[in-house]
Design a binder for this molecule. Structure first.
Ligand code: TPP
Length: 419
């Protein structure tokens, strides 16, 4: 290659090379998390909520942690939660994990077509929910059912949705796990990734326009931050100082794609907020206390009209992406055992034992009670039908709610199938 104007550009002889980021390890190799730098619990400062975002840029590159190795709650972020609150939180996480186990099995038994588990990520949605107030609205992904469980949404209704049976609140129109409950502050889940992120910002803008007091919480996975709606959401949130908490759940994987593909060389997902002037925090997503404390901080900022906060939850997707996925095809089989932030249930359990509010016996007893509750809910849900047996939503429901009123062409189609 040479240039027209002699001497204006160097002569390049090397061919270009396409760059594709690679995960640290693949199946058969040793898991390697050496690039995940874990600060000591309690070591990150807690700024006031009205801090100038440019003064806390370093929080986008660190990890806020409360629970240390000994199970003690340490440092300025240790939240003001009673032992009873924490026991309730532990029970929410245990319920979600037990629910996941039963529904995963139900899928393998052919009672439903599909399921997605939360294994390892239970603290994120369960603790966040506790920081919200009635009327606030979450715009979740498919991996935040803890928002429903920690808000006492009936397990039977969740299961009826998963079974698409005659009591399915979604009337069989949606893929399993795509719940919706306005009353529980849980916006309808869409299969199209990231769409909810920008909608959450719009909802928050509307709340401010109406001089309401309610705030929104947007949710997205690491992989989905590569979608354009993520970037549009940050522009609008930043420009209009929308009362929204922008959550990014970095569980390291987007199906078979490691998080470096979506992140590129930016450093962290939290750091994405900095270019928009949005304060950004990174938190240990497997630390129930830290998640709650950071959520509370971000929620207070939004509620006090100080604008959006971006929060990156550093966690690990310990299970398969879904019942249609086999992670051993793309990552080391036991990679989750090496995840340096451990298991959120075990860490909260150890904390409660360390402070004398819990014991192995009480834990076993709670496990048994929760399993009995989940099985009872499952029996009840199955009495309304499962995928291939029992009650089903009416075929008439296919035509309802496409529009507010049934238009003539849909009426004709309904008549054609004789319902
Ligand atoms: C617009 C769009 N593209 C692709 C998909 C297919 N898809 C479903 S989940 C998923 C991975 C998302 O990963 P991430 O955002 O990291 O969330 P996670 O599943 O890890 O919780 C993909 C690519 C989709 N549903 N929508």
């Amino acid at each position: 290659m040479s240039s027209d104007k002699a001497g204006s550009a160097p002569v390049v002889t090397q061919p270009l090379q396409f760059h594709v980021p690679r995960p640290a390890s693949r199946p058969g190799e040793k898991p390697d998390f050496s690039d995940v730098v874990i600060p000591k619990a309690g070591s990150v400062a807690r700024p006031p909520v009205d801090v100038d975002p440019k003064d806390i840029r370093d929080l986008a590159y660190s990890i806020i942690r409360v629970l240390n190795r000994e199970g003690e709650a340490v440092g300025p972020w240790a939240p003001d939660l009673s032992h009873d609150d924490l026991i309730r939180g532990l029970r929410h996480m245990m319920t979600l994990r037990t629910f996941d186990g039963r529904m995963q099995m139900a899928q393998r038994q052919g009672k439903t077509s599909f399921y997605m588990q939360h294994t390892g990520e239970e603290a994120v949605s369960c603790a966040f929910r506790i920081a919200l107030q009635p009327g606030d609205m979450n715009f979740p992904t498919y991996r935040q059912a803890g928002l429903l469980i920690a808000h006492d949404y009936p397990l039977v209704d969740m299961m009826c949705q998963i079974y698409s049976n005659e009591r399915d609140p979604m009337k069989g129109r949606q893929l399993p796990v795509m719940y919706s409950s306005k009353e529980h502050g849980f916006f309808s889940i869409s299969g199209n990734l990231a769409t909810q992120y920008v909608q959450a910002v719009g909802w928050a803008m509307a709340s401010a326009i109406k001089n309401d007091t309610r705030i929104a919480a947007a949710w997205i996975g690491d992989g989905s931050t590569a979608e354009s709606d993520f970037h549009a959401a940050l522009v609008f949130a930043s420009t209009y100082k929308a009362p929204v908490v922008l959550n990014v759940v970095n569980n390291q994987w987007a199906i078979s794609t490691f998080q470096g593909i979506a992140r590129g060389g930016s450093g962290t997902f939290a750091a994405r907020g900095l270019g928009f002037g949005i304060p950004a925090l990174r938190v240990d997503g497997n630390d129930y206390l830290a998640v709650y404390a950071v959520a509370q901080w971000a929620v207070e900022r939004a509620r006090r009209n100080l604008g959006p906060t971006l929060v990156e939850y550093v966690t690990y997707r310990a299970g398969a992406h879904s019942t249609s996925d086999d992670p051993s095809a793309y990552r080391p089989k036991h990679e989750s055992d090496d995840w340096p932030l451990g298991d959120p249930l075990i860490r909260l359990k150890q904390h409660l034992i360390a402070v004398g509010a819990w014991s192995e016996e009480r834990h076993k007893q709670a496990e048994a009670e929760i399993l009995a509750t989940v099985i009872a809910a499952q029996k009840e849900a199955e009495s309304f039908g499962t995928l291939h047996s029992g009650g089903k939503p009416s075929a008439r429901d296919i035509f309802e709610d496409v529009y507010a009123e049934l238009p003539p062409h849909l009426r004709r189609q309904r008549q054609q199938i004789g319902v």
